[in-house]
Design a protein around this ligand. Structure first.
Ligand code: GCU
Length: 399
């Protein structure tokens, strides 16, 4: 964190959030307002998701279906092919399902940073064929995945426990469609499958493409009889939390969304300027957003949206926001306050959301009516503690 990063609550400027309802806080108006907000996030923050299918279309195929070498679980691997021969892209999608189930199961679906093989030591998970970001300790050599990467991010994905609690887990590597590197040629060749955005300032960035891939993965797993297509939960940590929120905002068939430590331009309010700011993120990670975003550097108060509006787009579906006490870069309090503000949209549907504005104690989860929040002790990560709380909350949604 550079010296000019605000990490002291006393330095938070006075701010006024843009009105969620544009002066018309009634249910009749919400569908139109919602559409308008989606447009505004597309135009100014994440870029436009093309409405048409990509050239050459897309389609999933099941590549393997086997017993997993642990617990009582099935491992299913898909390949989702996108684009025509000559400009082909492919996503590898991994799904674990618990064997003990009474009917179709709810599934957590999230992007991973470092390849499907990093979420578990299971030797049957196919190694990614894509360009890999060389995250520390993930066994990447010359931007390629190797056997050494297996299970290196298992602490973020407690697979056996998730299955034991009756959920399925599906994941895909973010870099399969859009490598996490500014200017990577695969990003532009993927974009070429679609007509360009009418306004180049709102061309989609990686977060838009990642969100798009989450929806394609949702469709792929929905087709299986063992999966409850009405209970697929978009989940993500940090930049993947931003993508999960944007995916669930756009795709109403996601039943719920979970943002873990998603921070700036995820769940945190931008106008607080606490931790990472719009200037810092658009300089550090310009490829995640549409080009117009950078015009709001140091001008958060001019943005037509703030992040409580993104959370409100999930309403009335269950929403969970989680923070970590030492993750000041992601502004835990700003994440909490956005969830509090988004509660107004839930109230339009007769759900309280989070009542009150008092910031909860560390590891004292606040599970409100359709919105849950907790702050875990420790650093930026997604750990077993977080998963247990997500599942406690989700269990209650479908009693
Ligand atoms: C960086 C970035 C954050 C992002 C995080 C992550 O810290 O500044 O915006 O959320 O990486 O994805 O881990």
């Amino acid at each position: 964190m550079s010296q000019d990063t605000l990490i002291d609550e006393a330095g938070v400027p006075q701010y006024k959030l843009p009105d969620l309802f544009d002066g018309k806080p009634n249910p009749q108006y919400w569908a139109d307002r919602r559409r308008e907000l989606l447009e505004t996030f597309a135009e100014h923050v994440y870029g436009r998701t093309p409405l048409e299918a990509p050239e050459g279309g897309w389609g999933p195929t099941v590549r393997s279906r086997e017993a997993a070498p642990f617990a009582e679980a099935t491992r299913i691997q898909f390949r989702i092919q996108v684009g025509p021969p000559g400009n082909r892209h492919a996503v590898a999608l991994l799904l674990y399902l618990p064997e003990k189930r009474k009917g179709p199961v709810p599934v957590f679906l999230g992007l991973n940073f470092s390849g499907n093989h990093t979420i578990h030591t299971d030797p049957g998970i196919s190694l990614p064929e894509s360009w890999m970001f060389p995250w520390d300790g993930t066994g990447v050599v010359d931007h390629r995945a190797t056997e050494a990467g297996r299970g290196t991010r298992a602490h973020r994905w407690p697979v056996e426990r998730i299955l034991e609690r009756g959920y399925g887990l599906a994941t895909l590597y973010c870099g399969d469609l859009a490598p996490d590197q500014q200017g990577h040629p695969r990003i532009s060749s993927f974009r070429e499958l679609f007509a360009p955005a009418p306004d180049p300032q709102s061309e989609w960035g990686n977060l838009g493409i990642w969100a798009w891939s989450l929806s394609r993965a949702r469709e792929a797993i929905s087709a299986l009889a063992e999966v409850d297509a009405h209970r697929i939960i978009a989940i993500g940590h940090s930049r993947m939390g931003k993508a999960a929120l944007w995916a669930a905002a756009q795709d109403p068939l996601f039943a719920a969304a979970i943002s873990n430590n998603s921070g700036c331009l995820g769940a945190a309010l931008s106008r607080r300027k606490f931790g990472e700011t719009v200037a810092k993120i658009s300089k550090g990670f310009p490829h995640w957003f549409c080009p117009r975003l950078s015009t709001y550097a140091e001008r958060e108060e001019q943005m037509p949206v703030d992040q409580h509006m993104l959370l409100a787009l999930i309403a009335p579906r269950p929403l969970y926001v989680s923070s970590a006490s030492e993750d000041l870069w992601a502004d835990p309090r700003g994440e909490f306050l956005a969830a509090v503000e988004a509660s107004a949209a839930y109230r339009l549907f007769g759900h309280e959301g989070i009542a009150g504005t008092e910031f909860p104690e560390v590891e004292a989860p606040l599970h409100g009516d359709r919105i849950g929040y907790h702050i875990r002790r420790g650093t930026h990560n997604m750990l077993r503690y977080d998963w247990e709380r997500f599942m406690d909350f989700m269990d209650k949604q479908w009693e």
